[in-house]
Design a protein around this ligand. Structure first.
Ligand code: 5GP
Ligand code: ZN
Length: 112
């Protein structure tokens, strides 16, 4: 399967790593939308949050557990935002589930 984030996880495409464990990889977004903009992904491929199910919930849980660790590594003690875009209407452009962590400044435009 041809997946950009699987290639990044494998190291076939370079990235700026900020955190890694056995299940999770986190790296700087190439086109940041805030002073800090990091993507947190499971090392196993899941298309999107719409594909979360019992069989992959452990991988998803590992990503959730990594989020505060990534935030800490990035120095986001004043808060941050976690976003996952899903599908066409959600604006998802890379079809490997990922959680954006945005922070380092007061964030604009609250949609929810
Ligand atoms: P989405 O639009 O799917 O929610 O988020 C995909 C994110 O991946 C975008 O914010 C985009 O800037 C980022 N991105 C796309 N290609 C690359 C890449 O090659 N390297 C990195 N580090 N980020 C990428
Ligand atoms: Zn993938």
């Amino acid at each position: 399967m041809d997946c950009l984030f699987c290639s990044i996880i494998k190291g076939d495409i370079p990235s700026s790593k900020v955190y890694e464990d056995d299940y999770v990889y986190a790296f700087k977004d190439i086109n940041p939308n805030a002073k800090v903009h990091v993507l947190v992904v499971p090392k196993t491929h899941i298309d999107s949050a719409d594909c979360i199910e019992e069989s992959n919930i452990e991988a998803v849980s590992k990503v959730m557990l990594a989020i505060p660790k990534v935030a800490s590594v990035c120095g986001l003690s004043d808060g941050y935002r976690v976003i996952t875009n899903v599908g066409e209407n959600g604006g998802q452009t890379v079809k490997h589930i990922h959680f954006h962590i945005l922070g380092g400044e007061k964030l604009p435009v609250k949609l929810a």
